[in-house]
Structure formats: C-alpha cells, structure tokens
Ligand binder design. Structure first.
Ligand code: ZN
Length: 333
C-alpha cells in the first residue's frame, strides 16, 4: 500500500456545521486569507526567484507551480510521492523531472501555522533561503492571514513504532497521545556544535517562538566541496550559520544555544508535512538527515498497520483531540 498523490482524497463532502448529534466541534482545514509574495536567493542554486503564496480550496494540500516555464509550467504536489532527492535538502518534482528544491523550511512554516491548503507559485528551481530559517515564511503567512474552510481537518495517527538505522544515524516514528512530538539529538565533531538536543510538541505558538527562528548551518570545511558539487552556491552568512571548528563565523552569533538541533527539528517538521496531513506521533532523530527521514517514511507507508487517518476535534474545553476513523481505512485499501 502506498500513500501518495494517487491516494483517494481523504476529504469528503463539505461538513454540515448544523449537525446537532455531536457536541464536539470539528477542527476545520485552513488556507490563506489572501495572496502574498517574496523574493530571494536559493541556498543551493544561488538563483534569485520570486515566490507567491495563494489561497486554495479545501482538499488541495500544498501545491507548487513553476511559473517560469514555457507551456504552462509544472504542477508539483508537496507529497512524499514527489520527492526525488533528499541528500542535502528536500527536492520534489513532477513526472517530467521539473521540480522545486529546498521545500522543507516553507513546508515547516505551513505545518506550524496549520495551513492545509495553498498554491505556491515560484519562477525558479528553489524556494528562496530568506534568512535560512522558517521565520520569514511564518511572517508571510501571518501577513496574508489564515482562514478556516468548510471541510474537517484530518490527521495521520501513528499506531506502531518504526525505526530506521543508517550507521550511527537513527530515525523513528511512534505513537503519541496528541500532536507531534519531535525529539532531535545531534553530535558534531566541530566543538562549536558538539552534542545538542531538543524536544518540542509542535503547536502554532511554540513553533513560531521555539523552532521557526532556527537557521540552517554548514561547516566552512564543507563549503568548497559543496560548491564543487553545485550546492550551497547561494549560501552566505546572511542565510546560514557557518561553523569553523570552535568558531561561529556569523557576527550576530546564535539565536538559541541549541540552534543547530532546533533547525534539525524544523527540517523534520517540514519533511513530515509532506504526508499532506498533520501527524499525531512521536518523531525521534539521532544525527539523521532528510534522506533518513525519507527512508523511515517509506517504511511507515509500506505497513498500513502503522497508521490510520483520524478526524480532529475540539473538545468543549477547546482542547484538540483525535477520533478513531477506522471505517475510512476502506477508502485507502
Ligand atoms: Zn533546513
């Protein structure tokens, strides 16, 4: 069983808000209130691009459109089935190989802001790096505004733990009572990074304050090799933390003591949102990369005893909760 763009839609007919039989209120999908744009340089490509975020109907998900190409451009759903490369960043592409790179920080912002549906128009091959974090995208989303739609929001609830090991790297996804708990631990030989950990349950407010500001980073010793490989061409001290041994080269230092671990957690939030749904589960990353997360998710999808779709509800105390929805599994068989 696969869980991809061809999977039947999880969304049914518009929800009838007047249904009197249940005192709980459903959580509804959300989109942007208005369109908003920005310009910037891609971290790896070095290409300057313009990007616009637009509202989209319920059930759309996050969809990228390359508007710089002759013949109508390319439409790429931000889904795992569209991931074609995850070595240095997450790259998605359509069936012709036309894609968009470094989608993870923007996807992380959409997840943190609880935006389900949006069209992302972009006139180049890579999402702009901005300052290397997700904060500028959170700011864009807040400026555009977020509005509730007329169909219920659903989530992917993890039922059984799956782990993936790759040398000294490990990633795992297991059950959790509510929301998405992210635990990340890193161990770099560069003393300026060293061993760092962070643990967050992702919510709209704490995503913005605790994770969204954490910037991407690189080792000065890797920069030459990356550039020879055609990567990090747009990387500067304005959009990445650069580390040389025990030194941080950025004049303004770090935004958090464990900013490196927090950025890895931010990446994981963005990569996991490529499911197309919020996840109710506990993600653990140990020195892991985008590629390890991708390998783990392939294992999770390959075993349909690991997850189920659930509706999201507000309780009378306005505390979000999930509801079992096993009958809907038929739609995914
Ligand atoms: Zn990142």
């Amino acid at each position: 069983m696969t869980f991809d763009a061809n999977t039947p839609s999880a969304y049914g007919a518009p929800f009838d808000r007047s249904t009197p039989s249940d005192t709980r209120s459903p959580v509804f999908q959300k989109t942007l209130k208005s369109s908003i744009g920005c310009t910037g340089v891609g971290l790896h490509s070095g290409v300057r691009v313009a990007m616009k975020l637009h509202p989209a109907p319920p059930g759309t998900g996050i969809v990228f459109k390359r508007v710089d190409l002759v013949g109508g451009g390319a439409v790429i759903e931000a889904r795992w089935s569209r991931v074609v490369d995850s070595r240095m960043c997450t790259v998605i592409a359509d069936q012709n190989g036309i894609g968009v790179a470094t989608v993870e920080h923007l996807m992380s912002a959409f997840c943190g802001a609880e935006v389900d549906n949006a069209i992302v128009e972009i006139n180049g091959p890579e999402v702009p790096a901005m300052d290397g974090s997700a904060l500028p995208f959170v700011f864009l989303i807040e400026c555009a505004g977020v509005t509730e739609q007329d169909q219920p929001r659903r989530a992917l609830k993890i039922l059984r733990r799956k782990s993936y090991f790759n040398g000294n790297k490990m990633v795992a996804l297991g059950p959790h009572d509510e929301g998405l708990l992210i635990d990340f631990h890193i161990d770099f030989s560069a003393p300026a990074i060293g061993q760092q950990s962070c643990s967050f349950t992702v919510g709209r407010e704490n995503f913005k304050t605790e994770l969204s500001q954490a910037r991407t980073f690189g080792l000065l010793s890797d920069v030459t090799a990356l550039r020879e490989a055609g990567l990090a061409r747009g990387g500067t001290l304005d959009n990445a933390i650069v580390v040389d041994g025990d030194r941080i080269l950025n004049d303004d230092g770090l935004r958090h003591d464990n900013e490196f671990a927090r950025h890895k957690a931010l990446d994981a939030v963005g990569d996991l949102y490529l499911t197309g749904y919020p996840i109710i589960g506990h993600f653990t990353g140990r020195c892991s990369s985008h590629a390890d997360t991708a390998s783990l998710m392939r294992q999770v999808y390959a075993d349909d005893t690991c997850w189920e779709m659930v509706d999201l509800w507000h309780t009378p105390a306005n505390k979000p909760m999930w509801a079992d929805h096993k009958s809907d599994m038929v739609a995914y068989a």
